[in-house]
Design a binder for this molecule. Structure first.
Ligand code: KG4
Ligand code: ZN
Length: 335
């Protein structure tokens, strides 16, 4: 019997729906909310409203792009946390109502679990046990994935998430939200050795800290009279290159160390910051040098998407791990 799962993602500022039949992704529609750009960050209430506007058209588009009718769905899977409460509620309530109407099970998915399984959408995929680095706007986590649905968080950030650091530093530099992709682009034109930033989390171990580098960028700009000004392009490029290189260096080093300690052969990275070109390149080089197999999702599966939710949903369906219609959204859901 084939299993067709509709995945829904609405935890932050992407409204997304995807259809997966058995192991094959049939569609993955992502509507990114542009309304937040002018505010320099996600405004929760505006996110909820935009999800409400977009959820039905996005789901309909996912079904039609997949060439399936809703009557053929086996289950509806949805991100139920962590994320913005009002944003999550839109997806969770829609998923429950849709599943109820169709008479199929609803499956709640942990958004962070979704990011990890973004490495299983395309072949080849990592073999258990493997070490996963999830780097997104809300999280920076090193997770030992012992087996399917068996996780141990072996490292986390003590303050800001890596993506948050990209976005906040970008804001200081006068870049629009989300600044990660823009810093990535500017960094290509700059010198990574132009400015020496302190290495985040010099305490060793698996812990990260990104608030220090943010503060030193602030002091750097203030001391040179660059705060609140339009920064000349060559200076901007050097600042982006130096900042990015420092953050990426720590992410690569800590991940390789943690993988050695865990005794795994495979490493995976996931989350929005996994779209970063320098992280992809340096993690590929580092893993090859150290003898690990490395897995990085294709770009559309790094930032928030419903394909990863459908992938987890499909796996849970096969195991009979369903939720009831009493399922709730949980803003701080743990892995
Ligand atoms: O996974 P994601 O879409 O949402 C969360 O679950 O948080 O990650 C979004 C984050 C943002 O902070 C964004 O700036 C960052 O990923 N990001 C990047 C790049 N593309 C997205 N950061 C660095 N380089 C990129 N190319
Ligand atoms: Zn995410």
């Amino acid at each position: 019997m084939s299993v067709t799962v509709l995945g829904i993602e609405s935890s932050c500022d992407e409204t997304s729906a995807a259809v997966m039949r058995d192991g094959a992704l049939l569609s993955n529609i992502i509507s990114s909310q542009l309304v937040h750009t002018q505010y320099g960050g996600v405004v929760p209430e505006l996110a909820s409203r935009a999800h409400q506007t977009m959820i039905v058209p996005v789901v309909n588009e996912a079904l039609s792009a997949a060439g399936v009718t809703k009557e053929t769905l086996s289950a509806v899977a949805v991100s139920r946390g962590p994320g913005l409460m009002g944003a999550l509620l839109v997806g969770v309530n829609f998923a429950k109502s849709y599943a109820y109407g169709l008479g199929v099970p609803v499956i709640g998915v942990n958004h962070m679990e979704g990011h990890i399984y973004s490495n299983f959408i395309d072949d080849p995929s990592p073999a258990f046990p493997f070490l996963n680095l999830t780097v997104s706007g809300g999280h920076t986590q090193l997770v030992l994935v012992r087996d399917e649905f068996d996780y141990e968080i072996v490292g986390e950030t003590m303050d800001d998430a890596a993506g948050e650091a990209f976005d906040k530093v970008g804001k200081m530099l006068g870049l629009e939200y989300p600044a990660g992709p823009l810093i990535d682009r500017w960094a290509k034109k700059g010198d990574p050795h132009a400015v020496r930033f302190p290495r985040p989390a010099a305490d060793g171990g698996n812990r990260f800290s990104f608030s220090g580098i943010k503060t030193s960028m602030l002091y750097h700009l203030r001391d040179r009279g660059l705060r609140g000004t339009v920064i000349p392009e060559p200076v901007l490029a050097d600042l982006c290159a130096s900042f990015q290189s420092t953050v990426v260096g720590v992410l690569v080093e800590r991940t390789l160390d943690a993988a050695r300690r865990a005794g795994v052969k495979d490493i995976a990275i996931a989350g929005g910051v996994a779209a970063n070109s320098e992280l992809r390149r340096r993690m590929t080089e580092g893993a090859a040098e150290a003898g690990f197999r490395l897995f990085i999702p294709a770009l559309p599966y790094c930032t928030d998407n419903a394909a990863m939710v459908a992938e987890v949903g499909r796996r849970k369906f096969v195991r009979g791990l369903f939720d009831t219609l009493q399922m709730t959204a949980t803003a701080n859901l743990e892995l």
